[in-house]
Design a protein around this ligand. Structure first.
Ligand code: NAP
Length: 364
């Protein structure tokens, strides 16, 4: 590639926004050319707008530190500056987030979003590259329905389901239908953004509620594993999910304990391990820059995965699984882990954009 594709980051000063800036600093295709945040940051140099400072690894990349921050609501300022935006901004009202993302798409700028606002929109794909890359086929329908020419919206699912859904998909894709899942998550504090959960609430404690998270964990997998029919998504039939979501005193890395009940066909333990070992998705086949080489890594040690030791597997993009054993209520149980602000947020968003680029959806 002679010239990198200029991209923008909306919410660039936040937890996920900073991960985007860090991960994109030496990306082979994309280069950060535009940053935007709330009106209180707009007009400042990026490095001066970081309210709690630079909170991710390394240093602010020099060329981004000197960019002047735009106001997310000012779509005109982004036009001509970037060929796509990664959306990681917060607003008190979901409808306002939706309207803002729509405005970018309408102005011809594709949006790769981390927000939940559009996850339920029937013609917006909720993408995990290894699971449902074909859901990008909805984009022409989405553009036609909205009268958008070059712009479109792709969303990422909630970070809580990132760790276990690829292992479950691999089993379904190998011919073993899953009927029931019970998921118990232990989610890191970085999942709440910056400054996030008050230290006095979370140190020496576990909080058994993350508002709205259980509903997302129970419904989003059904759309992701569903089919695209007539320009809309039809949720997978015959699968039900029950979730407990807990906030735990861990900085990064969401862990999930999973109980699985299969349908008529039940794999052996060895078969499951083999399916996970050989599983590859389209990002691996296309050798996308952010694709982990092995998307599901199984650890044999009886006390893994652990957030501290496993969240950075393959630059934070691989899912680490362990403790597969028989369950005396359901069929099997296991533990899964993924990095919530990398695989579950910025890294996953970048992988989605890489996929869209390779499929010729970006007009660059
Ligand atoms: P965060 O650390 O609180 O950052 C919020 C960002 O939104 C900041 O850049 C902030 O800008 C901006 N913002 C706040 N109010 C705004 C407004 N009225 N208009 C425009 N921009 C505004 O949150 P985060 O954790 O990065 O989360 C960002 C998005 O990603 C959320 O939708 C979240 O649900 C989603 N997400 C987060 C994670 C995670 O693990 N943290 C994972 C998956 C998805 P200022 O600095 O100027 O205030």
């Amino acid at each position: 590639m002679d010239k990198k594709i200029p991209v923008g980051v909306l919410g660039a000063t936040g937890m996920v926004g900073q991960q985007y800036i860090r991960l994109l600093s030496d990306h082979p295709w994309f280069e950060v050319a535009y940053v935007a945040a709330s009106p209180s940051s707009a007009g400042k140099k990026y490095s001066d707008a970081l309210k709690g400072g630079w909170i991710v690894e390394g240093e602010v990349p020099a060329h981004v530190g000197s960019l002047i921050v735009g106001d997310v609501a000012n779509v005109k300022r982004a036009e001509g500056s970037c060929a796509l935006v990664f959306s990681a901004f917060e607003m008190p009202d979901k409808e306002a987030i939706k309207a803002t993302e729509n405005a970018y798409a309408a102005s011809g700028i594709p949006v790769f979003s981390n927000a939940s606002a559009h996850r339920g929109t029937p013609n917006v794909p909720m993408l995990i590259g290894e699971i449902n890359p074909h859901h990008l086929d909805v984009i022409p329908h989405q553009q036609k329905a909205n009268g958008w020419k070059k712009g479109f919206i792709v969303v990422k699912p909630n970070c809580s389901l990132q760790s276990y859904l690829t292992p479950i998909h691999a089993l379904i894709a190998a011919g073993f239908d899953v009927e029931k899942l019970i998921i118990t998550t232990m989610q890191a504090v970085s999942g709440a953004g910056y400054p996030g959960v008050a230290s006095l609430d979370v140190i020496d404690n576990i909080i058994p509620l993350i508002s709205g998270e259980e509903e997302k964990t129970e419904t989003e997998p059904l759309k992701i594993l569903g089919e695209l029919k007539g320009g809309k998504f039809v949720p997978i039939k015959g699968l039900s999910v029950s979730a407990h979501c807990n906030r735990v005193p861990v900085s990064d890395g969401h862990l999930a304990c999973v109980n699985v009940l299969f349908g008529k066909k039940k794999p052996s333990m060895q078969k499951i391990l083999n399916i996970w070992k050989i599983f590859r998705g389209e990002p691996q086949e296309l050798e996308l820059p952010f694709a982990p080489k092995q998307p599901i890594i199984y650890r044999d040690e009886p006390n893994r995965p652990q957030p501290k030791r496993d969240r950075d597997a393959d630059k934070g993009m691989a899912v680490t699984v362990g403790r597969l054993r028989e369950d005396n209520v359901f069929d099997f149980k296991f533990v899964a882990l993924s990095h919530n602000t990398v695989r579950g947020a910025a890294g996953g968003g970048i992988l989605n954009a890489e996929l869209a680029y390779k499929k010729g959806l970006l007009d660059v």
